[in-house]
Design a protein around this ligand. Structure first.
Ligand SMILES: *[C@@H]1O[C@H](CO)[C@@H](O)[C@H](O)[C@H]1NC(C)=O
Ligand SMILES: *[C@@H]1O[C@H](CO)[C@@H](O)[C@H](O)[C@H]1NC(C)=O
Ligand SMILES: *[C@@H]1O[C@H](CO)[C@@H](O)[C@H](O)[C@H]1NC(C)=O
Ligand SMILES: *[C@@H]1O[C@H](CO)[C@@H](O)[C@H](O)[C@H]1NC(C)=O
Ligand SMILES: *[C@@H]1O[C@H](CO)[C@@H](O)[C@H](O)[C@H]1NC(C)=O
Ligand SMILES: *[C@@H]1O[C@H](CO)[C@@H](O)[C@H](O)[C@H]1NC(C)=O
Ligand SMILES: *[C@@H]1O[C@H](CO)[C@@H](O)[C@H](O)[C@H]1NC(C)=O
Ligand SMILES: *[C@@H]1O[C@H](CO)[C@@H](O)[C@H](O)[C@H]1NC(C)=O
Length: 801
């Protein structure tokens, strides 16, 4: 009966597992969207390039206006990408079914998590039973604030790169440490706050930069439905259409200006109803050094190189321009005669080298010419008009802009050879770029799903068989267990003799968790005595909040089904409230690690060989005989336990991720697993994780058993530095010994064997074991043997002598 039931149970458990890993899911392909109750907002996948999508929220009414994005800096592929609400309450965005790109990082044990899009544009993940908000998009704005969405001390708005590229750009709106709401340019090389300007304090620029209070540390700014912005630093801004309730938004645009937009029903364009900085050229960072900003009604804002200069990178204005002539201050420049080109209405804000009052133009020229770093000067009177004025020498030309009404001029220092520049030519400069509007193709690849005929067949087979068995099972069930309250536990018991324990039962068995026998693998292990007098090891797992009971049960029942003499047997589990415990058979002789480090009771050679063989068998079973579902991922001496006969049993295997055969070549692990010293290079170099990671760790363990040296400590070699990040000093040391040995024709094995073994070992078997261990730790995973191959080889030599 039990064997007949197995396929049915397998399919039941698999189904169970899927159901609970994903309780809600949106797919990029199906163009499914979520609408707010009144339809004001829509959430879904928004295309940001060819085959590139971001999960976004937008105003439903055309034109589609994106107000929030989950993954603005990491778009996902247009195929097989999904947004899923996991059973643990985490909202996760997965790229092409391969890796997680974004998540809300929320965890809850509540089964009642709901995702809702409100008509305010807020996407909320909430505990449905008590209305507690686990996460909301309003707390993570991108470049837009919606009415009644506060911007607080912990958040800021970040502009997008351009009108067509939604990635994070260089401008921020934020509260600084003085509690003042500011705009800042934070470029690759220059950081500069440009709003409010200190020097605007006494200026009549409306309320910009005026009367900011530094005393209110609430740090919150809010746009209301009527169109007024109120900030805790006493900054207020009223839109031109203030007073009516309209669809509105406040956006930090890609040009660094904050604009307020509104749109009426039936209109098809957003209207700017206010902007924080009226002059776009006062925004810093747009135009790099030696260039200046102009803003013309027809063409908008542009950057232009100063005469005699050229772009560093014509694709990126912010990098500025470099001179076409020998720079001042180079070895030759002293011979260059200076010529000063007048650039009317031009100003370079900040970075004054010196200020000289009441100087004539000619005195300014002389001062600048004598200073090799001087690149020019600002003179508050024009050459023609007056003679006495203020003279600002500049050694850096940043934040340049032309603006009407500036009553001075800038005089640019150029070599005499370039004096032919006509002053007006700069207005005619065609050195202007348009670098927007290009959309790049996302090049992140995704793997086509391979049809696996065998797996498909097995699945159908299991379903068919399961169907038949279900009928039989159901009849038996009805006859025998009509009133069984704990059906789930019984189902598992039928299958494996594996049962559910209550927490109090285990607490009693361990005498209140008093006898700790080990730690690691996500939990603490205690010795316990069950009521039927069986001695057991009880592992109490930490970090259980991220796993619901049914999910835990699904995993545990798979582990519970694995029966192999070299795998630790699981007798049962407990899942009650926040407690998750696993009950294992007790191993008299502790772990391999304890035995290797103990000096009193040394493992002899035959025991060590036997441990290597048994461990290989256990792993081969995990990898291959159960459809290669399970990788251990944390093979180390602490996880190899020894029973009363020193037979090894691999422990802690189910706690690593369970792998489906189809997924083996994709890296489905987002975080590194394993233990330093035993980890395969694939983890470090982010290569696909296969069963060969266990082969590598196994090879290290065997080397450790042979040499008695730990890969993490106790290697007394100074000449071999830890070159690679995955700690291969032990491996390197053994390889060196083998290389030297073969060169000198002497035995290398003698030199690596653990001195504690004395000479009590078989030389040929030892050499075979050591050679095989070195094969297991090859850098290239395909060169490493499989675990079953290792087991076969060790077995064939077992009785050699
Ligand atoms: C969700 O609500 C239920 C019922 O009020 C409560 O027991 C549970 O602790 C809540 N979970 C979270 C994460 O707030
Ligand atoms: C805030 O601004 C108002 C006028 O706009 C002014 O009367 C008031 O004193 C200001 N408060 C502070 C704390 O600066
Ligand atoms: C600080 O700002 C908040 C939000 O604007 C306001 O409610 C509060 O009254 C202010 N506190 C003081 C002391 O002005
Ligand atoms: C100036 O000349 C000296 C010696 O010829 C040389 O070492 C140095 O690099 C030169 N400096 C510049 C800025 O060209
Ligand atoms: C200095 O000037 C001479 C001649 O004008 C030129 O050959 C040489 O390359 C210049 N030196 C440097 C460092 O540019
Ligand atoms: C500049 O000249 C004005 C009048 O011409 C005079 O009042 C002032 O003191 C002078 N400043 C300096 C620094 O000499
Ligand atoms: C502006 O450029 C055009 C063509 O590039 C040229 O014909 C014209 O003379 C220039 N005007 C000035 C004032 O330099
Ligand atoms: C957007 O800009 C970022 C940063 O410059 C760039 O890496 C990305 O490829 C761009 N995306 C698109 C779709 O053009």
């Amino acid at each position: 009966m039990a064997s007949l039931l197995l396929p049915f149970l397998v399919s039941l458990i698999i189904f169970h597992n899927f159901q609970h890993t994903s309780s809600f899911s949106l797919s990029v392909e199906k163009d499914v969207i979520v609408s707010s109750p009144e339809g004001t907002f829509t959430a879904g996948f928004h295309p940001v390039g060819e085959n590139a999508y971001c999960f976004a929220i937008w105003y439903t009414q055309p034109p589609r206006t994106v107000v929030w994005m989950a993954n603005r800096d990491q778009p996902v592929n247009g195929k097989r990408s999904t947004l899923s609400l996991l059973g643990v309450g985490n909202l996760v965005l997965t790229d092409a079914d391969q890796f997680q790109v974004w998540s809300t990082n929320t965890l809850t044990s509540s089964k009642q998590v709901q995702l809702r899009l409100y008509d305010t544009g807020n996407l909320v993940l909430l505990n449905n039973s008590n209305g507690f908000v686990l996460w909301q998009s309003f707390d993570f704005p991108t470049d837009t604030l919606l009415p009644n969405q506060p911007l607080r001390k912990t958040t800021n708005l970040v502009s997008s790169i351009s009108g067509t590229n939604y990635s994070s750009g260089y401008y921020r709106l934020f509260f600084d440490f003085e509690n003042v709401l500011r705009l800042m340019y934070q470029g690759p090389r220059v950081t500069s706050v440009y709003w409010p300007f200190a020097w605007l304090q006494n200026n009549n620029f409306g309320n910009n930069g005026n009367g900011r209070s530094t005393f209110n540390d609430t740090r919150v700014v809010l746009l209301d439905d009527f169109g007024r912005v109120v900030s805790s630093d006493n900054f207020t801004f009223t839109t031109s259409d203030y007073g009516t309730v309209l669809r509105r938004r406040l956006t930090l645009d890609h040009d660094g200006n904050v604009r307020l937009y509104s749109i009426k029903d039936g209109e098809d364009n957003w209207k700017v109803s206010g902007q924080f900085r009226p002059q776009p050229c006062f925004i810093h960072g747009i135009c790099g050094p030696n260039s200046y900003c102009t803003n013309q009604p027809t063409s908008g804002r542009k950057c232009i190189c100063l005469p005699g200069h050229r772009w560093v990178d014509s694709e990126d204005w912010s990098q500025g321009c470099i001179p076409n002539f020998q720079p001042w201050c180079s070895n030759n420049s002293t011979e260059q005669e200076s010529h000063f080109l007048q650039l009317p209405e031009m100003d370079f804000y900040g970075y004054d080298y010196a200020l000289y009052q009441n100087h004539t133009y000619q005195r300014c020229v002389n001062l600048c010419s004598r200073l090799c770093e001087c690149k020019g000067f600002q003179h508050s009177y024009s050459k023609e008009g007056g003679d006495i004025g203020q003279c600002y020498l500049k050694t850096q030309l940043l934040n340049g802009h032309r603006s009407g009404g500036f009553s001075g001029a800038f005089f640019l220092r150029l070599p005499l050879s370039l004096q032919d520049y006509d002053d007006r030519a700069i207005l005619n400069n065609s050195n202007v770029l348009v670098c927007e509007g290009e959309v790049k193709v996302l090049e992140r690849p995704y793997v086509e799903e391979k049809e696996n005929a065998f797996v498909k067949f097995m699945l159908w087979f299991a379903i068919a068989l399961g169907g038949i068995e279900f009928v039989i099972f159901f009849l038996v069930w009805c006859l025998l267990f009509k009133n069984d309250a704990d059906k789930e536990a019984y189902v598992l018991a039928v299958e494996t003799g594996f049962r559910k324990f209550s927490y109090s039962e285990l607490k009693q068995a361990t005498k209140g968790f008093s006898d700790e026998i080990g730690r690691g693998g996500g939990g603490t292990v205690y010795k316990g005595l069950l009521s039927d007098n069986r001695v057991v090891a009880i592992k109490r797992l930490h970090e259980v909040a991220n796993q619901g009971e049914s999910e835990f049960l699904a995993e545990v029942s798979i582990i519970g089904r694995l029966n192999h003499m070299n795998l630790i047997g699981m007798l049962g589990y407990c899942a009650e409230g926040k407690y998750r415990l696993l009950v294992y058979e007790y191993m008299e002789n502790g772990s391999l690690a304890q035995n290797l480090s103990s000096s009193s009771n040394v493992l002899d050679w035959s025991k060590r060989y036997n441990i290597a063989l048994g461990t290989a068998r256990g792993l081969a079973y995990l990898h291959e005989e159960c459809l290669e579902w399970i990788l251990h991922c944390d093979i180390k001496p602490q996880n190899i336990l020894l029973d009363s006969d020193y037979q090894p049993k691999v422990a802690d295997f189910g706690l690593s991720k369970l792998l489906n055969r189809n997924n083996l070549d994709n890296s489905t692990f987002s975080t590194i697993r394993g233990t330093r010293g035993y980890m395969a290079p694939e983890w470090v170099f982010n290569l696909p994780i296969t069963s060969k990671v266990d082969v590598y760790s196994y090879g290290i363990v065997v080397l450790e058993m042979i040499t008695g040296r730990s890969p993490t400590t106790g290697v007394q070699i100074t000449e071999i530095e830890a070159k690679s990040p995955h700690h291969e000093r032990l491996v390197t040391w053994v390889r060196e010994k083998r290389k030297k040995g073969s060169e000198m024709g002497s035995s290398w094995v003698n030199q690596i064997v653990d001195p504690a073994l004395g000479s009590d070992y078989d030389m040929n078997k030892m050499e075979m074991l050591a050679t095989m261990a070195l094969e297991c730790v090859e850098e290239e995973k395909d060169v490493r043997p499989t675990m079953s191959h290792v087991a076969e080889r060790l077995q064939s030599h077992e009785h050699d002598s």
